[in-house]
Design a protein around this ligand. Structure first.
Ligand code: CO
Length: 156
């Protein structure tokens, strides 16, 4: 059992209409929209809504995903299963080491070695068939271990 995974980074939710989903999470829960980006390689438009302080880049968030191409994996998911929870992403300080641990337990990472995800994070995924039906993402944020936002690196 690994102790390298120590928090929930985000949950990924697939929607048909990103703007409608943003409005839902804003009005119902009060989450603030931090970021919207088209990720061409995945064929999705993504919105990040932090839970808690939107300026805290370490805060967990809801990742809303809307397909922008009919041939994308998320589009196929939406056709097959409808909108809803798509994946859970656990945070780690070392995604390579976490992936090694899991591989050693017979759970091979889908992206191996881990790749670069949105906003420079290092990420990989674990297949639902290996994880009790849950598509699982592992995330090492780019800022992990770096000075907090606003900190003066020259003062260290
Ligand atoms: Co994700």
């Amino acid at each position: 059992m690994t102790n390298r995974i120590d928090r929930i980074d985000h949950v990924g939710i697939v929607c048909r209409d990103l703007d409608e989903a943003i409005q839902f999470y804003r009005s119902v829960y009060g989450f603030e929209l931090c970021h919207v980006e088209v990720i061409e390689s995945q064929g999705v438009r993504e919105a990040v809504m932090r839970i808690g302080d939107p300026a805290d880049e370490g805060a967990p968030y809801v990742q809303l995903l809307e397909p922008v191409r009919p041939d994308s994996a998320v589009s196929a998911w939406l056709d097959r299963r409808g909108p809803g929870l798509h994946h859970v992403a656990f945070g780690t300080g070392d995604v390579g080491a976490a992936a090694d641990d899991l591989r050693g337990q017979g759970i091979p990472p889908i992206i191996d070695p881990p790749g670069i995800g949105p906003r420079g994070a290092r990420v990989t995924f674990l297949h639902p068939r290996d994880c009790l039906g849950v598509l699982t993402e592992l995330v090492e944020p780019p800022s992990f271990g770096a000075p907090a936002a606003g900190a003066d690196p020259s003062a260290r």
